[in-house]
Design a protein around this ligand. Structure first.
Ligand code: SAM
Length: 236
């Protein structure tokens, strides 16, 4: 099945030929840059399609990504899940945050080659960006895949989101345990788990999960703590 067929069947996303072409360029550039720098361990084209592109697009099923929605992808690496979401949901505003500078070079190159509107790359750590007025409580949606366990991750994500907004943590089979472990952190930071969605991808045996956290009250100004502290001393 093509990516467009899979996106339609799984997530009711209708990709135009132009959007499909952008995913093809993305896959090509990812493979080429991966020769020079360590961007991904997933290199088989069919795996890139499923484990990077479709997995990223699963987020579009969990929250409405209407034009004008402000989304930040924390620890985006080679752009996952933020860039596939921007390609598939035109009109959203995406900030790709990444702590490692050389990955930013790839993201800037890709945004230019794809001719994408509405994308900003941000070389920062979440613990610092969460205190900057232009990022604090500025987003409708904050998303992250493979960045930190949930008790630490919510300290990265919740300060960035408006009250009423959502954080989405993309997880494997530890999702329920992580959600349980994060209860205290969530209470301290102003969030609550709204639900956990299961995602099954074609040809992938293990289920993936989206932990959807709603921001219910403002995050106290002392959070996030200094770089490194949320992972070293989680609030749990
Ligand atoms: N999200 C991408 C994916 O799923 O393919 C990349 C995952 S990679 C395992 C984790 C990324 O998060 C790395 O690129 C790392 O530099 C970044 N990262 C880790 N902690 C971070 C922080 N506190 N602030 C910003 N980026 C962070």
């Amino acid at each position: 099945m093509t990516l467009a067929e899979q996106a339609a069947a799984l997530f009711q996303l209708q990709l135009t030929p132009e959007q499909t072409a952008r995913f093809e360029i993305y896959a090509r550039e990812l493979a080429a840059w991966n020769e020079k720098m360590n961007l991904t361990a997933i290199t088989e084209p069919s795996d890139v399609q499923v484990r990077h592109f479709l997995d990223s697009l699963s987020v579009a099923q969990a929250v409405p990504l209407l034009p004008g929605t402000r989304l930040i992808d924390v620890g985006t690496g080679a752009g996952f899940p933020g860039l596939p979401l921007l390609i598939a949901c035109p009109g959203i505003q995406v900030t790709l945050m990444e702590a490692t500078g050389k990955k930013l070079a790839f993201l800037d190159h890709l945004a230019a080659v794809l001719g994408l509107q509405g994308v900003t790359t941000l070389h920062a750590r979440a613990e610092e960006a969460g205190h900057l007025p232009e990022h604090r409580a500025a987003y409708d949606v904050a998303v992250a895949r493979a960045v930190a366990r949930l008790p630490s991750l919510v300290e990265y994500l919740l300060p960035l989101v408006k009250v009423g907004g959502r954080c989405i943590a993309m997880k494997g089979d530890t999702a329920y345990q992580e959600a349980a472990d994060a209860q205290r952190a969530l209470k301290m930071l102003g969030g609550r788990v709204q639900r956990i969605d299961k995602v099954l991808l074609p040809g992938v045996a293990e289920a993936h999960y989206l932990i959807i956290v709603e921001k219910v009250t403002p995050t106290p100004a002392i959070y996030p703590r200094k770089p490194g502290t949320p992972t070293r001393e989680p609030l749990a």
